[in-house]
Write a protein that binds this ligand. Structure first.
Ligand code: ADP
Ligand code: MG
Ligand code: ZN
Length: 478
């Protein structure tokens, strides 16, 4: 029997607001444990939550970016459960009236455009963090409640994803959108973007959904892909041997690539959801929506398309160059400084990205600023250096921030354009290679490249290609 997988993802994105969602405490990551707290986020009796407008703006940005519908009247609800890192005993979330409904996230999978529908986007607060000892016999689990009340949006997809790779691409696209919007830093390793994967299988052709499991503890996009791959295999093995998939929550372990049972799945009625009596209905009017819409930045897909149409670069290059907002900005800054998008794209796609990979750094940490790379490309275009020498100069620029002209003259990198000097070298090459000259003159014109190579060797790559080529040809054809 052949099975297909059915996958739905729930993604939590931590919003980059300064303060928490219902109090004025700092939402900044990495503060002294338990220092950023107050009666509201600790859930002390009598404390009252007040909604952070910026968190709502950010949620609206996401809803508009994915083409979702804004819930004009959304309601905060208490989701009751006990956990040591949740001092209130409930989490303020949204239940049947979320702030966002529908929308979709699109991506390209092997040249095919795909779109995954969203069920909803809602606002909620985060819980705190339990810090477990490395070894159970050593000490206690400690609780840091700084994270309590940090604003989150939860983005829930329809069960429209069919392969682990689609899940990977979906998450990649989602991460790009929140980063472009500037509402979340998208860091899965640090937990500011978290994903739970819901997985089931069914015989191909079947239309009803199978029993799902929910995989948690996924802290990289590759990890999500691997965990889902494992879980699909496990479910197929269970069903093929006559068993039944049990609905449960699993924890993924990246070290061995396997999923382990964590708890049997709770149902929504276990949470005793009810509207939070301390918060009024959140009403969003058209004016508010229009205001957010007017502040939306250009999104990844639009930027990719503009790179192709404005700069005439291939779609693949545009996709790579728009991977992150910073890289896209870097590219455009280089183009601005050198006026040549194709050269800018080639240099970034090859030399720059290779260095970033070697040094395992981000474009924001790269030693060569876009202005300087633009200048370098400008020098090639102005024939102030040859293409070959430009690579050497680029290498030097990684650790030398002096003016390019200073480096060029100090290292003797300027091209040899003087025809007198070049002619002398050409004469010597002709004298040293009588056989090749004879064959060339008998019609083996392919040998021309050989002579150019010799001349480049004699000038350490500094012969100006145009002048050199013309002089060589003239001499050979004499
Ligand atoms: P729960 O109440 O268990 O959280 P939901 O119906 O809210 O379940 O769905 C949560 C996520 O699981 C959504 O992303 C949804 O698309 C996905 N999902 C629902 N049913 C299935 C299924 N049978 N197989 C795979 N994913 C599913
Ligand atoms: Mg769930
Ligand atoms: Zn607080």
């Amino acid at each position: 029997m052949n099975y297909e997988a059915v996958i739905g993802l729930e993604v939590h994105a931590q919003l980059l607001t300064k303060s928490k969602i219902f109090c004025g405490c700092s939402a900044h990551f990495g503060q002294q444990p338990n220092s950023a707290t107050c009666p509201v986020c600790l859930g002390l009796p009598g404390a009252l939550p007040v909604l952070n407008k910026r968190a709502v703006d950010f949620a609206l940005k996401m809803i508009l970016a994915v083409g979702g519908r804004v819930g004009k009247q959304s309601v905060f609800a208490r989701k009751n459960y006990f956990y040591p890192d949740l001092p209130k005993g409930y989490q303020i979330s949204q239940y049947d009236k979320p702030i966002g409904v529908g929308g979709a996230i699109s991506f390209i999978d092997g040249g095919i455009a795909k779109s995954i529908n969203l069920t909803r986007i809602h606002l909620e607060e985060d819980a705190g963090k339990s810090l477990h000892p490395e070894n159970a016999s050593q000490g206690y689990t400690r609780v840091d409640v700084n994270r309590c009340g940090t604003p989150l949006i939860e983005i829930v997809s329809e069960p429209d994803i069919r392969t682990p790779h689609e899940a990977f691409l979906y998450l990649h696209a989602l991460k790009q959108i929140v980063e472009y919007l500037g509402i979340c830093d998208g860091n899965m390793e640090e937990g500011s973007l978290r994903c739970d994967a819901n997985v089931s299988i069914r015989p191909i052709g079947e239309t009803t959904l199978g029993t799902k499991t929910e995989v948690k503890n996924l802290n990289s996009i590759r990890g999500v892909e691997r965990a889902i791959t494992y879980e699909i295999g496990r479910q197929i093995a269970v069903v093929s041997s006559g068993g039944k998939v049990v609905q449960q929550t699993l924890l993924y372990n990246d070290a061995d690539g396997k999923c382990y049972p964590m708890r049997s799945k709770e149902e929504s009625h276990d949470y005793r959801y009810f509207p939070d009596p301390d918060l009024v209905t959140l009403c969003i009017d058209d004016f508010w929506i229009a205001e957010v819409a007017a502040s939306q930045p250009e999104l990844p897909i639009a930027r990719r398309e503009r790179f192709v149409s404005n700069y005439g670069i291939p779609a693949y290059d545009a996709e790579v160059l728009t991977t992150t907002l910073q890289l896209a900005d870097y590219f455009e800054a280089v183009v601005e400084h050198c006026g040549d998008a194709k050269l800018a794209s080639n240099w970034i796609m090859t030399e720059v990205l290779a260095r970033l990979k070697d040094q395992q750094i981000d474009i924001s940490e790269f030693a060569i600023t876009p202005t300087r790379l633009g200048e370098l490309i400008g020098k090639i275009k102005a024939k102030a250096i040859t293409g070959k020498i430009a690579k050497d100069l680029f290498e030097l620029m990684l650790s030398d921030s002096r003016d390019l002209d200073v480096i060029i003259s100090e290292k003797g990198l300027a091209p040899v354009t003087d025809s007198g000097d070049l002619k002398k070298l050409i004469d010597k090459i002709i004298a040293d290679h009588p056989d090749e000259v004879a064959r060339y003159r008998e019609g083996k014109t392919k040998l021309f490249a050989f002579f150019v190579g010799q001349l480049m060797k004699a000038t350490q790559g500094k012969a100006d290609p145009e002048t050199a080529g013309a002089l060589l040809k003239a001499r050979l054809d004499e």
